[in-house]
Design a protein around this ligand. Structure first.
Ligand code: IFM
Length: 450
């Protein structure tokens, strides 16, 4: 297949629909010496945390290759590039601006603008400055206010170069993976931490949105959440109940406060020690109006009744077929997710801000025939299209990722790019999946608009 097939009347073939590619600072930039340390530097330096014992010191060397990378992005023909800002690169420990760090991004933003590529900027994609973690990190309410100051600094420096700001990427991952199960930085483990960190992240989001409304009222301002739809393993009542609990705990926990100004009912069933510290007025801060909601989707999970006292659900291993990272390929869950969120909440315009697959790529004679990834994109683009047909207001889609990069606890072992990166030479090669993406956008550009 040379391009992804969508129905000829699909809204995803209209010029208004935004196609983009996404990355994140720590995963691609490298140049760790030219910024403050962050929690991922510390985590990588801790024995046994990263599958290949790697780190983000060099990554894709994007810090030095950003001009070529903008050419690469442009060559794909995309409308937009979603990137994140490294907080420890742009702000000194005393809160003052690191002008060199800011200039790095200003140059990128200017480079994108010169090519007519819209910049979708994520303000926090997990690289918390280590000095803030030393003060409690996201368990410390004060960090939310530090985030507010950081947003203020960045938005003033970037002026009108940005098309869209997202406050946070996937607060579930920061809170649950980082502070509850400890497989991500900073690696804290304990049920008493996860919800507290999540609450402070959501507070940071609300405070950040307030700054965006003042400093950057003309950009599309919102947040990016990840969802893993929760399916019962059987039709038994106890399995359905377990799946619903899981959904409340891992998905609704992050969206309900934004739109309903409250946590899901499961909050009442958590022991007090596991509950967040909610101050009066917090939900008024958190539930700011949003210009858009970013949704990241990769897979689903299945659940049955808990096997241990005090648990709410039992989470099963992923079912087949799976990607190289072991996540089930189940595109119907994306359509189901989008339509169900649309029923539950009064949503602003939606962007699919991440979707993609890790596959075991091989480069042969300068080509990567990643037909498995190509098939994944084909299925998921159509799953998005189905949701649009069912009335969900979706304005764009971003492939994760522009290029292979540092995949967190998996190091460089898992490749998510539509562009292959040879980490020895830093050579970039557009994979078949990337060429098909380019062809789809080209078709959209050339077909008569309805
Ligand atoms: O690589 C990550 C990204 O940083 C956040 N969303 C999920 C991707 C794949 O794991």
């Amino acid at each position: 297949m040379n391009k992804y097939q969508l129905p000829t009347n699909s809204k995803m073939l209209s010029k208004e629909f935004v196609y983009g590619v996404a990355t994140a600072s720590f995963q691609i930039e490298g140049a760790s010496q030219q910024r403050l340390p962050c929690i991922w530097d510390t985590f990588c330096a801790t024995e046994g945390k990263i599958a290949d014992n790697s780190n983000g010191d060099i990554a894709c060397d994007h810090f030095n290759r950003w001009q070529d990378d903008i050419e690469l992005i442009d060559s794909l023909g995309v409308d937009a590039y979603r990137l994140s800002i490294s907080w420890p690169r742009v702000m000194h420990q005393d809160g003052s601006a690191n002008q060199d760090g800011l200039n790095f991004y200003v140059n990128i933003l200017d480079g994108l603008k010169a090519k007519g590529i819209k910049a979708y900027v994520t303000l926090y994609h997990w690289d918390l400055p280590q000095h803030l973690e030393d003060n409690g990190g996201w368990l410390n309410r004060e960090t939310a206010y530090k985030f507010r100051d950081y947003v203020d600094l960045v938005t003033k420096a970037f002026g009108d170069r940005v098309h869209s700001y997202a406050t946070l990427n996937e607060p579930f991952c920061s809170a649950f993976l980082g502070y509850e199960v400890g497989v991500h930085a900073p690696g804290k483990v304990g049920k008493e931490y996860g919800r507290k960190a999540a609450h402070h992240l959501l507070l940071a989001h609300g405070l950040g949105m307030q700054v965006l409304q003042t400093n950057s009222p003309n950009t599309l301002n919102g947040i990016v959440l990840n969802f893993t739809p929760c399916y019962p393993r059987s039709e038994k009542l106890e399995d359905t109940k377990a799946a619903d609990y899981a959904d409340q705990y891992i998905n609704q926990w992050y969206i309900k406060p934004l739109f309903h100004g409250t946590y899901p009912e499961i909050l009442q069933e958590l022991p007090l020690a596991h509950q967040p510290d909610i101050h009066e007025g917090d939900f008024d801060i958190i539930a700011q109006p949003l210009d858009f909601l970013g949704i990241n989707f990769y897979t689903r999970l299945t659940y049955s009744a808990p096997t241990q006292a005090g648990e709410f659900y039992f989470e099963h291993e992923h079912m087949t077929p799976k990607t190289d990272i072991g996540w089930e390929i189940y595109p119907a869950a994306l359509t189901g997710l989008l339509t169900s969120l649309n029923e539950r909440y009064e949503l602003p315009p939606i962007y699919i801000t991440e979707n993609g697959a890790a596959m075991a790529d091989e480069i042969e004679a300068g080509e990567v025939h990643d037909l498995d990834r190509l098939n994944y994109y084909q299925l998921h683009l159509n799953a998005v299209n189905k949701a649009i047909e069912q009335g969900v207001d979706i304005h764009g889609y971003f492939a994760w990722s522009l290029m292979d990069n540092f995949e967190w606890a998996e190091g460089y072992l898992k490749r998510f790019g539509i562009v292959y990166v040879d980490y020895k030479t830093q050579q970039r090669t557009i994979k078949r999946s990337g060429l098909a993406y380019k062809a789809l956008i080209n078709e959209r550009n050339t077909q008569p608009q309805q």
